[in-house]
Design a protein around this ligand. Structure first.
Ligand code: SF4
Length: 425
């Protein structure tokens, strides 16, 4: 077993300890807020026009009436946590596709602005909303960062992903991106590498487009993640996932994007200028997630909302939040989680860590091992990922998020069969 595989296995082991929610969901309120400071808010919109085979996010087929009702519930949930004293300054709308109903999205943004001092708003979208929709109202409503799920510009891969028909060819997506360049403070594109049938030439072409042919501010280049339970459908559509070329592809991405003037914000996010990035878990240790299938991390505990949209509606319409799971992390796991997220952003500030945990961060065995394998270097006040460490962190975070995706799959299986069949998830 090589070192990369070993690191992946260690994270899988760590996940098993950390990401274990109870088998039977039941209503679990969020803790009282610390009213002295604002929080980051994540809002999940689970509706999509097309359900892509590689995707493990919580998403269901778009139906206008169901999505309209869902947005109403979400606003009611926002009101509830606001009434409890939670304050928010930064908002991420993720999905699914938050722009499936732009009017409802804007009404939700207006509610947030009326109750909170919101500085930054990030919204995920898909290429068809760029091509066919008018995004100016989003900009006028205060959206500062637009994140577009592109995945690849290669038509063969887009067809395998079942995205070509609905979201357009690589050329059409590229033209749509060119049209909105400069409209938002930050325009991010989400890409994926290491598809089973992706060639080095195909990845080089994607990088050439991002480096020289279009103007985007940020690129988040995720490694393809496999998840138990999804692997068969993914394999049927796209081929068998393997990791033998992952490092080579990652090194190519880093080389081409850094050459083109991007800087690295996290192991897999690259920006041309400062701004928000998807890995808000690096910048903000605690966050509140609302909406069906969202996660929160507060006071050392992970919370999850129900993955049943029907159940979510029932909870919210009866005056509760949708939270049904809670996992308390022991101090050691909280420190490991902190270390993993900080180093994902490239550096760990030792003094900030000591302040956060009321003394020494500890974890000397972990740090010694990471130094011995050449993954981190000690810069006195900070620990820093080496180039070798950057790829190892890609492996770690790929396995960490695969663990979160496994948890999502598990939660979906706690739903009654009827709800799963009806897509009422
Ligand atoms: S990749 Fe995006 S559009 Fe496709 S199913 Fe997942 S969330 Fe929806």
């Amino acid at each position: 077993m090589n070192l990369d595989t070993l690191i992946g296995k260690l994270v899988q082991y760590f996940n098993k300890e950390m990401l274990q929610f109870p088998e039977r969901p039941s209503y679990t309120p969020l803790p009282d807020p610390d009213t002295s400071r604002p929080y980051l808010l994540y809002l999940h919109i689970p509706y999509c026009q097309v359900l892509c085979p590689f995707c493990s996010f919580h998403r269901v087929q778009f139906k206008e009436s169901a999505a309209t009702r869902y947005f109403r519930c979400l606003r009611s949930e926002i009101e509830q946590v606001s009434d409890r004293g939670y304050r928010f300054d930064e908002v991420y709308f993720g999905g699914g596709t938050p722009t499936v109903l732009p009017g409802e999205l804007i009404e939700t943004i207006e509610l947030l602005k009326s109750r909170h001092g919101i500085n930054t708003i990030s919204v995920e979208t898909n290429p068809d909303d760029l091509r066919n929709g008018d995004l100016r109202p989003l900009k006028e409503a205060g959206v500062s960062r637009l994140s577009v799920g592109v995945q690849s510009f290669d038509d063969t891969l887009l067809k395998e992903m079942d995205r070509y028909e609905k979201y357009g060819s690589g050329d059409q997506v590229r033209e749509a991106l060119e049209r909105i360049a400069g409209c938002f403070d930050t325009l991010n594109v989400d890409m994926i590498f290491n598809f089973p049938h992706q060639t080095r030439e195909s990845l080089e072409r994607d990088l050439e487009i991002l480096a020289r042919e279009i103007v985007v501010d940020q690129v988040s280049f995720y490694p393809l993640m496999n998840v138990d339970g999804k692997d068969k459908s993914l394999e049927r559509a796209m081929g068998k996932v393997g990791y033998s070329r992952e490092r080579e592809f990652y090194e190519l991405i880093v080389e081409r994007l850094l050459d083109a003037g991007y800087t690295r914000n996290s192991a897999w996010c690259f920006s041309r200028k400062p701004g928000m990035f998807d890995e808000y878990i690096v910048d903000r240790e605690e966050y509140v997630g609302l909406g069906s299938g969202s996660f929160s991390y507060l006071r050392g505990s992970l919370y999850s909302s129900t993955f049943s949209i029907g159940e979510y509606r029932r909870y919210v319409e009866s005056g509760k939040t949708g939270t049904v799971f809670r996992q308390d992390l022991n101090t050691r796991d909280q420190k490991r989680y902190y270390m993993m997220m900080e180093l994902f952003g490239g550096t760990l500030d030792k003094r900030a860590a000591a302040k956060r945990f009321g003394g020494d961060l500890g974890l000397w065995r972990e740090f010694t091992a990471l130094q011995m394998i050449g993954a981190i270097r000690d810069r006195g006040d900070t620990l820093e990922l080496t180039e070798r460490g950057q790829y190892l962190w890609v492996v770690m975070m790929r396995e960490f998020f695969a663990g979160v995706n496994r948890l999502r799959e598990k939660m979906r299986h706690t739903l009654p069969d009827a709800a799963r069949r009806a897509g009422d998830m």
